[in-house]
Design a protein around this ligand. Structure first.
Ligand code: IMP
Ligand code: MG
Length: 179
């Protein structure tokens, strides 16, 4: 598959992806069996993952879609992130963030700090992909679908410059394209 200037090859097919998602959902169903959960899906990337995993969740739950927006700070430099789309109070709630991929961990770090301010009863991250070699955060996500190498992936919500999100499989950047 070619997206913009790069070639990608099949990495994870639809059936494998769905089986892994069912397994993740079963773990969440077991761990939160007596709880009411607020799922926060991070746009844009997590839209497909959120949709599929939530169909397998049998818990009492709420679902919201959130986005981290950056804007120029009033101070000299540096990006300030703000959370948009969150219109309920999370105090005392069991919150699970649904992410497509945790790479350096910066995005999740901002999100966790912003949500922590609302004093949820508990707060965990459930991500479809995790890149340990790129991760610079302190705590790795508790719920992980696939632990993968640093190679760039697209499809199933993930994009390469906005292309590839609609694919039902996941593709990886071709090795020879790395150099
Ligand atoms: P982090 O803040 O470095 O953890 O990166 C998180 C964001 O970077 C993700 O939500 C994606 O939008 C993007 N990203 C990181 N790695 C990939 C990848 O392999 N494919 C597509 N997007 C990626
Ligand atoms: Mg994302």
């Amino acid at each position: 598959m070619k997206l913009h200037d790069k070639e990608f090859e099949l990495f994870i097919g639809e059936d494998a992806l769905q089986s892994e998602i069912v397994a993740l959902a079963e773990t969440l169903n077991a761990n939160y069996h007596d709880k009411h959960v607020v799922f926060l899906a991070v746009l844009n990337g997590a839209f497909m993952f959120a949709s599929d995993i939530l169909k397998r969740i049998s818990l009492s739950c709420e679902v919201s879609f959130i986005k981290l927006a950056s804007y120029e700070g009033l101070t000299s430099k540096g990006e300030i992130q703000k959370l948009i789309g969150l219109n309920q109070n999370l105090a005392g709630k069991h919150v699970v963030i649904l992410e497509d991929i945790v790479d350096t961990g910066q995005t999740i770090h901002f999100l966790l700090n912003l949500i922590e301010e609302q004093n949820p009863a508990s707060l965990e991250v459930c991500t479809l992909f995790y890149k340990p070699q790129a991760f610079k955060g302190e705590n790795k996500p508790k719920y992980i679908g696939y632990t993968i190498s640093n190679r760039f992936v697209v499809g199933y919500g993930l994009d390469y410059n906005e292309l590839g999100r609609n694919s039902r499989e996941v593709y990886q950047l071709k090795e020879e394209a790395l150099n």
